[in-house]
Ligand binder design. Sequence first.
Ligand code: COA
Length: 381
Amino acid sequence: MATVEFAKGLEGVIVNTTQLSKVDGENGKLYYCGYTIEDLAENCNFEEVSFLLMHKRLPNKQELEEFDAQLKKERCLTPELEASIVLTPKKGHPMAVLQALVSMLAMHDDEIADKSIEAKERKAIRIIAKMPTVVTMFDALREGRPVVRPNKNLSHAANMLYMMTGRIPSDIEEKIFDKALILHMDHGCNASTFTARVVTSTEADIYTSVVAALGALSGPLHGGANEKVLQMLEKVKADEMEEYIDKKIENKEKIMGFGHRVYKVWDPRAIILRKLAVELTEKMGEGADKVDFAEKFAQYTLKRFAEIGKTNIYPNVDYFSGAVYACLGLPTDFFTPVFAISRVVGWVAHHYEQLVDNRIYRPKLYYNGAELGRKFERPDA
Ligand code: COA
């Protein structure tokens, strides 16, 4: 059979241009609109960086206040949407709940058919603002806790933690969660962002693009990895760690939270998240043993990869994020939804950008199936 050259997994294929983020895989750098993520995580908050990605420039004081006010105004859910969450099967994964409820948001949005820039921004803000309310309400209902409604006096990050726990977070919890959200907002042409762009390119609406992107993010090779990392670290006992890693490598199985298509050095987000995990456990006085184990696990894995000549596989964003979220009291199946609550900002920004000079994505598959034109014969009963 004839063979054909193709870029498996679209590796290295440039599908469009972007002004949103740049991933420098050789040097381990990530930029949003030209700013390093270290700079943004140190000096900005979720609201400011969201505005940056949606407008490709930082807001002035008044613009930021207005943007913040719009987000706060849109946090609440209508009684119809709340009723939909009440009816959601409680054994469902929160990512599936998000997909279902973002679809419901679209069905309740009177502006769904309005394609103006202004309406698009209002819809984007609605999605970003309501997603935390949806998942936290779902968690309260499934756990039998009272539902905590949004608090307009709190930032986006603090409000999400508040709705989750019913307790106003401390300054350090808010600061660290806010930084974690900033680090996840955008990341070049990753699988979920590409999905959002493909769906957008068909001129489907913004909600549909976000629902599709949520599906792509949920997979364990993408955003679903953070949940798998924590499950792995919790399963492996300290005295069995080396044997576990050795076996994985010997059997050529993936170690979750390691490796990246673009980064061939440490993922810069993993470096920051590692520091945040240490800072959080020090300030809160608990969880240090878990972060310490994650560090030992990572160091031994790196050593083993080096021994077999794999010197370009390092911890990625999903390796240490779970340690941060667990320390903040979030359940394991909330790690990927938290990723989504942040990455949605990138998706909506890419939705706008894709539409500026849109052309439908329509690549090809090389056909290597059955003989062409073979004669129809019904199989014997
Ligand atoms: N553990 C062990 N080996 C790994 C690995 C991991 N986490 N990630 C990559 N590799 C190895 C592969 O086995 C392969 O080795 P080979 O050349 O000997 O066959 C090589 O590195 C290339 O891996 P490949 O899966 O082809 O890379 P990719 O660019 O297609 O995939 C990921 C990138 C992220 C999907 C992949 O690294 C992975 O599955 N990581 C684990 C899941 C994860 O953490 N995802 C979150 C990403 S942010």
